[in-house]
Design a protein around this ligand. Structure first.
Ligand SMILES: Cc1ncc(COP(=O)(O)O)c(C=O)c1O
Length: 373
C-alpha cells in the first residue's frame, strides 16, 4: 500500500488525508508572489484551473470550504445593503449544522432550514413556500452535493436544476456547497461543471478526498468573485504567499479519477457491513465514498467507542448512524478489518441492548458532531 501517513483504520473523515510526496515536492518548488497584490502565479493558476473545472468565470482560493460558504451569501449582494439576505439551507447539511453559528455572527444571516428529500435535495415545495413568503430581502438558496447526512449521496444535474429553476423564479441566488462535488461528478460520470452549471456560486474543496492539505475554491462570475475577494480580505483571509498551498491543490485537481477507487472501496465496505447481523445501512441512491451504518441497541457514540477498541475509528452522527468516510488511505485490508470490527461489536451488542433499552438510536444532536465532519 502507498504510504499515506495515516493509520489505515481511521474512517472518521476524508479530511484526514495527508499530502503525499508529490504534493510536498510541489509545495517546496512552488513559485510564489503576494496574492494580495495579485502576483502569486501558482494561486492564479489554481484559480484559473478551478474556474475551468467548475465551468465558472472565476474562482477564489479560501482556506476552507467553511469560509467559502460564509462568503457565498455575503458576495451575493451586489452592494453592501442594510439587510442581510435570507439564507435557505437543507436542515441536514453542513451549513445548517456546523456553519450556522458563523453565518449568524459573521454574515449576519439567520439560516432558514428546510426539510430535505431522501436523496438530499431540499424539498422543493418547502423552498417555494419560504421564498414566496419573502420580506423583500434578497434570498440565497443553498444545496449540498454530495449530501453529507444522506450517506454522501450524489445529486445529478437535473435535481440541482429543478431547485435552481425554482429559486431563480423567485429571484434568489443559488449557492452549491460542493465540498465533495468531485465525488459526485466521478460517481455520476459527468464533469463537475455540469453539476455546477445551474448554480450561481460553488464552494469546492480540495482538502477532502482529493488530498490537498488546505483549501477550497469559491467560484462564480467575475463580478461575484471580485466581491468575494474583497470580503475575504475583510474577514482577515488575505493569503499572501499562498502559492505553497495552491501547489498541492493543483496536484489535487489532477486526481479526480482516483476517487473512483475510494468509491469502489466504499461499496465493498457497504456490502461487508450489510452482511453483519444486526447492522442497518443507509442506502443512498447514488453512493460515493461514505458508508453509514448503525447497530441495534447501540447509540452512535457507543458504536464508535466499541469500534475504537478494535482499532477502527468512525464518526458518530446526529442521525443515529456512524460514518465510515473512505479515502486514499484505505485499501481492501482496511475494509475487511473494518467489517470484522463491526461484526465483533455486533456480536456483543445484545449485552448493550440490555443496558440501553434495545431501541435503535433515533435522531438527536450528538455531542461529538463537531469540527470533524
Ligand atoms: C459538506 C461540507 N461542506 C463544508 C465543509 C467544510 O469544509 P472545511 O473543513 O474545508 O471548512 C465540510 C467539512 O467536512 C463538509 O462536509
Amino acid at each position: 500500500m502507498a504510504y499515506t501517513g495515516l493509520p489505515p483504520l481511521d474512517f472518521r473523515s476524508d479530511t484526514r488525508t495527508v499530502p503525499d510526496a508529490r504534493m510536498r515536492a510541489a509545495m517546496a518548488a512552488a513559485e510564489v508572489g503576494d496574492d494580495v497584490y495579485g502576483d502569486d502565479p501558482t494561486v492564479a493558476l489554481l484559480e484559473a484551473r478551478a474556474a475551468e473545472l467548475l465551468g465558472a468565470e472565476a474562482a477564489l482560493l479560501t482556506p476552507t470550504a467553511t469560509m467559502a460558504n460564509l462568503l457565498a451569501p455575503l458576495a451575493a449582494a451586489a452592494s453592501p445593503g442594510p439587510r442581510a439576505p435570507r439564507l435557505v439551507v437543507g436542515e441536514d447539511t453542513h451549513m445548517a449544522f456546523l456553519e450556522a453559528d458563523g453565518l449568524r455572527r459573521f454574515a449576519g444571516v439567520e439560516p432558514l432550514p428546510v426539510a430535505q428529500r431522501p436523496d438530499g435535495l431540499p424539498d422543493l415545495d418547502a423552498v417555494d413556500a419560504l421564498l414566496a413568503a419573502g420580506d423583500g430581502r434578497p434570498a440565497v438558496v443553498c444545496l449540498e452535493n454530495t449530501s453529507m447526512l444522506r450517506a454522501g449521496n450524489a445529486l445529478d444535474a437535473a435535481a440541482t436544476r429543478a431547485l435552481a429553476d425554482l429559486a431563480h423564479r423567485h429571484g434568489a441566488h443559488v449557492h452549491l456547497d460542493g465540498a465533495r462535488l468531485a465525488n459526485a461528478a466521478v460517481a455520476l460520470g459527468v464533469r463537475p461543471a455540469e453539476l455546477a452549471a445551474p448554480a450561481d456560486s460553488v464552494a469546492f474543496s480540495v482538502s477532502k478526498g482529493l488530498g490537498a492539505p488546505v483549501g477550497a475554491l469559491l467560484c462564480g462570475t467575475r463580478a461575484y468573485v471580485a466581491r468575494a475577494r474583497a470580503l475575504r480580505t475583510a474577514l482577515g483571509g488575505s493569503l499572501h504567499q499562498a502559492g505553497v498551498v495552491a501547489a498541492p491543490a493543483l496536484v489535487a485537481l489532477e486526481r479526480l479519477p482516483d476517487l473512483a477507487a475510494d468509491h469502489a472501496a466504499a461499496a465493498a465496505l457497504a456490502a461487508g457491513l450489510a452482511a453483519v447481523p444486526g447492522a442497518e445501512l443507509m442506502r443512498p441512491p447514488r453512493p460515493t465514498n461514505m458508508v453509514m451504518a448503525r447497530l441495534a441497541g447501540l447509540t452512535p457514540q457507543e458504536c464508535a467507542g466499541r469500534l475504537a477498541v478494535h482499532g477502527v475509528r468512525v464518526l458518530p452522527l446526529p442521525n443515529g448512524f456512524v460514518r465510515f468516510a473512505v479515502h486514499r488511505a484505505h485499501d481492501m485490508i482496511g475494509v475487511r478489518a473494518a467489517v470484522r470490527a463491526l461484526a465483533a461489536v455486533a456480536a456483543d451488542a445484545p449485552a448493550a441492548r440490555a443496558t440501553t433499552g434495545g431501541d435503535l438510536p433515533g435522531r438527536g444532536l450528538s455531542t461529538t458532531w463537531t469540527e470533524e465532519a
